[in-house]
Ligand binder design. Structure first.
Ligand SMILES: NC(=O)c1ccc[n+]([C@@H]2O[C@H](COP(=O)([O-])OP(=O)(O)OC[C@H]3O[C@@H](n4cnc5c(N)ncnc54)[C@H](O)[C@@H]3O)[C@@H](O)[C@H]2O)c1
Length: 242
């Protein structure tokens, strides 16, 4: 069996780096697509790590990245699509969100994932690997009220999109799922004394945040150990959305 090649889109971010480390540890070839380079000397020095600078809201850049992956590596069999962020103006809700940010948020947090599936699905289909998967990272904003109107709409949109294509893709042996995350502080986030995190913690059943490594483990298991899960939204939030 040839090697597993996993594309991690948005892999340079706080959660993404943990996902990248997990897949490298498990000997996948990992190709990160991100608009920002990864800052982690251990990852950068791993010969199985590859990086392509891409703005995921730019269709031409995504198509070029796909062509370059086909040319250099021949195929990829997994895509983890996790580029995304809320817009500053939506933090205050409908009074403060700007029309420009509504469009920007939907383009990044929803449309780009649809572009990615359309552009990369045939590459996955053509690979001979046992596991061919697409995992899109959503949020509990899709299912419960945490403010951020456009971001939440986009994250909920991922669910409808995933449901609408899961059967179509499974005919090509591609399994697509979404993974809705609760609050996941990153290494550099200071929790103590931070009112945002202290408020969030009150809603969490076990009074402990999900860690980036929990996300990495969930995605890894979803791809390589839970082959029966198709067209589902996996909620990983330590009980935050109960
Ligand atoms: N951290 C949390 O609490 C949390 C909770 C729920 C869901 N999520 C989701 O998890 C995913 C990762 O979030 P994170 O917390 O690691 O955020 P992050 O900001 O640390 O990472 C996001 C990554 O996406 C990349 N990115 C942003 N816009 C891009 C673009 N146009 N083109 C290419 N790359 C782009 C950034 O460069 C960055 O590397 C996001 O989809 C986010 O919505 C995060």
């Amino acid at each position: 069996m040839s090697k597993n090649i996993t594309i991690i889109i948005g892999g340079s971010g706080g959660i993404g780096r943990s996902v990248v480390r997990k897949f490298l540890t498990k000997n996948d070839e990992v190709i990160v697509l991100d608009k920002n380079e990864i800052i982690d000397s251990k990852i950068l020095s791993n010969e199985k790590f590859h990086f392509i600078k891409v703005d995921v809201t730019n269709i031409d850049e995504l198509i070029k990245a796909k062509e370059s992956i086909e040319e250099k590596y021949g195929y990829a069999n997994n895509v983890v699509s996790m580029a995304g962020i809320n817009m500053k103006s939506e933090i205050g809700g409908m009074d403060t969100i700007t029309f420009e940010d509504i469009d920007k948020s939907i383009k990044l947090n929803l449309n780009s994932h649809i572009y990615i599936v359309k552009i990369f699905k045939d590459m996955l289909k053509q690979s001979n690997q046992e596991n061919k998967t697409i995992t899109m990272i959503s949020s509990i904003n899709a299912i419960t009220d945490h403010g951020l109107p456009a971001y939440s709409a986009a994250k909920a949109g991922l669910y409808g999109f995933m449901k609408s294509i899961a059967k179509e893709l499974s005919q090509e042996k591609i399994r697509i799922n979404t993974n809705s995350l609760g609050t996941v502080p990153h290494n550099s986030d200071v929790i103590e004394g931070n009112t945002y995190f202290e408020e969030k913690l009150k809603d969490i059943a076990i009074k402990e945040f999900v860690k980036p490594t929990d996300v990495a483990n969930t995605i890894y298991y979803l791809i390589y150990k839970m082959q029966g899960i198709i067209g589902q939204n996996i909620i990983l939030d330590n009980g935050q959305s109960i």
